[in-house]
Design a protein around this ligand. Structure first.
Ligand SMILES: *[C@@H]1O[C@H](CO)[C@@H](O)[C@H](O)[C@H]1NC(C)=O
Ligand SMILES: *[C@@H]1O[C@H](CO)[C@@H](O)[C@H](O)[C@H]1NC(C)=O
Ligand SMILES: *[C@@H]1O[C@H](CO)[C@@H](O)[C@H](O)[C@H]1NC(C)=O
Ligand SMILES: *[C@@H]1O[C@H](CO)[C@@H](O)[C@H](O)[C@H]1NC(C)=O
Ligand SMILES: *[C@@H]1O[C@H](CO)[C@@H](O)[C@H](O)[C@H]1NC(C)=O
Ligand SMILES: CC(=O)N[C@H]1CO[C@H](CO)[C@@H](O)[C@@H]1O
Length: 445
């Protein structure tokens, strides 16, 4: 089963203290120092305080260094394939809610690839849907990530989107300068030194503080315990706060029933608005698809399958399907009464087994070749942990006037009520990258 709880993460990092290990495991632990790879992420649909962060966008330098501006096509396309494959693997292992950031995970893995060699590296690229990676294409990938990070950071006007990487290294542990250099250069990684070995409790507190700071207080206690044998920890975080382009009026939000399945209903705060939306019906998939734009260059696409058709849609989720929806949505607008639940989701995943299923195997075993990080020691990755939080609400601490004037036609428009399980995809339109994917099955969970 998939790790879906914070407790599961705690177990993953937790009781592995040396005292509890059996002898054979102890030897194994001594022979194979551990890297912990960690991915943190957060999203929220609420309004943000209008602090503008100063950005230094090194576009000029980038153009000079590499002669041409990449269109990010290689990584955007691979990331979309990766997103839907990961979704399917996760959906195969849980019957409940899903929420994760494929971009956060693929970025962390791409950074890690800087330190991998031979078969370990090939498996990693294949898992990321990056095929036949020559040295030249690897260089292009790294430049693309650099540009992607810059583009996302440049969007600080109307939506707040922060993604970053950090490396936390055991004091005195020799990490190759080339790995650190490239991590900083292409992935903008911050590098910190910690003493996991002598003082794991202090390391834990510092890491929790760091994660808390980077997720603006949303993720407070990421770690319950820290493994003393940790040599390096890689953290990627993504923070997204968008304001709906068409906010909901809180006065219209009502408690209604959400149909979890044939036998169970739960209550949910249902937001409402009447407006013109980009929406389509996908008859092949028995679904209605609507686009809910945020201010700035991001949107949510929500897919509402007919009763009992969720799995059918999930089986048919693909890069091509997504592109088709995006393209059709651009041309189909109509008046509609939208009902959309006000929800919060918080999910944690240990992705080791899932990534292994996707072909990324050696990384987690003694066969791992991480000689690009350190030549002196045998390293492996102990876990890829991911935590994601979603808050969707009306988004209006602003004046009620911001809700805008609703034009209600004489005849009542159709109602689209998200009062049963549905899928949501949040994507950045400028770089065409999927930031988050989720499935709401039971809002009470
Ligand atoms: C789900 O997982 C099972 C067991 O690992 C596997 O046999 C099956 O093919 C998977 N189904 C899908 C749709 O991936
Ligand atoms: C890792 O890969 C490099 C480059 O292919 C190779 O020289 C080295 O021997 C490998 N190390 C291990 C431990 O397999
Ligand atoms: C890393 O970067 C520093 C400063 O930018 C440079 O002096 C050093 O030679 C680089 N090292 C490697 C191994 O690339
Ligand atoms: C319906 O959902 C409830 C709550 O999640 C669950 O306990 C129950 O087993 C589900 N019933 C069916 C038929 O799936
Ligand atoms: C959205 O992207 C366009 C380029 O396609 C850019 O000019 C614009 O500044 C972006 N908008 C915001 C709010 O960042
Ligand atoms: C419309 C469509 O693509 N349907 C496919 C959805 O997935 C199932 C199972 O994989 C296929 O049998 C359908 O053809």
């Amino acid at each position: 089963m998939l790790d879906l709880t914070q407790t599961a993460i705690a177990q993953e990092f937790g009781p592995e203290t040396i005292g509890v290990l059996k002898t054979r495991e102890l030897i194994e632990a001594m022979l194979r120092p551990v890297i912990l790879l960690l991915v943190v992420t957060l999203v929220t649909g609420t309004v943000f305080s209008a602090t503008k962060k100063k950005q230094h966008v090194n576009h000029e330098e980038d153009l000079q260094n590499h002669g041409q501006e990449s269109d990010l096509a290689m990584i955007s396309s691979a990331n979309t394939d990766f997103a839907f494959q990961l979704y399917k693997e996760i959906a195969n292992q849980t019957t409940s809610n899903i929420f994760f950031s494929p971009l956060s995970i693929s970025t962390a893995l791409a950074l890690l690839s800087l330190g991998t060699r031979s078969v370990t590296r090939e498996q990693l690229f294949k898992g990321l849907h990056l095929d036949s990676m020559t040295e030249e294409k690897i260089a292009e990938m790294n430049r693309d990530y650099k540009q992607l990070l810059q583009s996302l950071m440049a969007e600080q006007n109307e939506l707040q989107l922060l993604m970053g990487n950090s490396l936390h290294i055991q004091k005195g542990y020799d990490v190759l300068p080339s790995f650190l250099n490239e991590s900083k250069k292409f992935y903008n990684a911050e590098v910190f030194s910690l003493d996991f070995n002598r003082d794991p409790e202090n390391a834990r507190l510092q890491l929790n503080d760091y994660v808390k700071k980077m997720t603006k207080g949303k993720i407070k206690n990421m770690f319950d315990t820290i493994d003393r044998s940790t040599k390096l920890m890689l953290i990627n975080y993504i923070f997204f706060k968008g304001k709906w382009k068409n906010p909901f009026d809180p006065a219209q939000t009502r408690e209604t029933l959400f149909k979890v399945n044939k036998t169970t209903d739960v209550t949910v705060q249902m937001m409402r608005q009447t407006n013109r939306f980009s929406m389509i019906s996908d008859y092949n998939l028995f679904s209605n698809v609507i686009k809910l734009p945020y201010l700035g260059n991001a949107s949510m696409i929500a897919i509402l399958p007919a009763d009992g058709k969720l799995e059918h849609v999930e089986q048919n989720l693909s890069h091509e399907k997504f592109d088709e929806w995006v393209q059709q949505l651009a041309h189909h607008k109509q008046q509609c009464i939208l009902q959309f639940p006000k929800v919060s989701l918080s999910l944690s995943y240990g992705l080791k087994d899932i990534l292994a299923k996707m072909g990324v195997r050696d990384l987690f075993t003694s066969a791992a070749n991480l000689s690009g990080i350190s030549e002196s020691e045998n390293l492996k990755v102990s876990q890829v942990s991911h935590k994601a939080v979603l808050d969707i609400d009306e988004k209006s601490t602003e004046a009620a006037g911001a809700t805008g004037v609703e034009i209600i036609p004489m005849s009542l428009p159709p109602t689209l009520a998200f009062n049963r399980p549905f899928i949501l995809i949040i994507y950045e339109e400028n770089t065409n990258n999927i930031l988050f994917v989720g499935r709401l099955k039971d809002p009470s969970k």
